[in-house]
Design a protein around this ligand. Structure first.
Ligand code: GRF
Length: 196
């Protein structure tokens, strides 16, 4: 079975969703790595017996040093795909040149609302559609090539809680679908088969 590594920093609901839907069925989550010793996702991953490694970024004086440690940890398991799920670190060339097969999910229709607080900014905007994007990771924050997106028409009366709920439910559908398709059909940087 194909192997993935998941990187996360926070509550880990996408991490758990990927584990529940795909782990042991269509792929193996070989390891989950977090930069945040307090991340809620640690407990979620352990519940499914996924090995968790904590690499606390505060113990490194430079981004490159942290990235070198991260790359070494990822390479230990030689994953077919690296999946960022709420991983809140800007990555340097040390990471992107060593790990070309990393994808990320972002809670907006990129290229709109790159960066932090995307959900809030997207909600506050006058755009009539909102959605989520899965993209390849490169050195530009949320700037890598788009792989897939999904969206909804928001109407005029949707409150923020409902907006957030809709965004997350799109994430929980789209991310496993993209992971599955990259691992079976391949894509740039994956070892999943022929490149598209
Ligand atoms: C998601 O909204 C994802 O799009 C963004 O960070 C959030 C992570 O949430 N990159 P969770 O940790 O998966 O619950």
């Amino acid at each position: 079975m194909k192997k993935i590594v998941i990187l996360f920093s926070g509550s880990g609901t996408n991490l758990e969703n990927i584990i529940k839907r795909l782990h042991g069925k269509e792929l193996i989550v070989a390891k989950a790595i977090t930069n945040n010793p307090e991340a809620g996702g640690i407990e979620r991953a352990r519940r499914y017996n996924i090995p968790v490694e904590i690499i606390d970024h505060r113990q490194f004086s430079e981004r490159e040093e942290f990235d070198r440690e991260l790359v070494a940890s990822i390479k230990e398991v030689e994953p077919d795909l690296v999946v960022l799920a709420g991983f809140m670190r800007i990555l340097t060339k040390v990471f992107t040149s060593a790990i070309p097969n990393a994808i990320n999910i972002h809670p907006s229709l990129l290229p709109c609302f790159k960066g932090a607080r995307a959900l809030e900014r997207s909600y506050a905007s006058d755009m009539k559609v909102a959605g989520v994007t899965v993209h390849w990771v490169n050195e530009e924050l949320d700037g890598g090539e788009i792989i897939d997106q999904s969206c909804f028409h928001r109407g005029d009366t949707m409150d923020f809680q409902e907006f957030e709920r809709r965004i997350h439910s799109l994430e929980y559908e789209l991310y496993p679908k993209v992971i599955r398709s990259l691992l079976t059909r391949g894509g740039p940087g994956t070892s999943g088969g022929e490149s598209q």
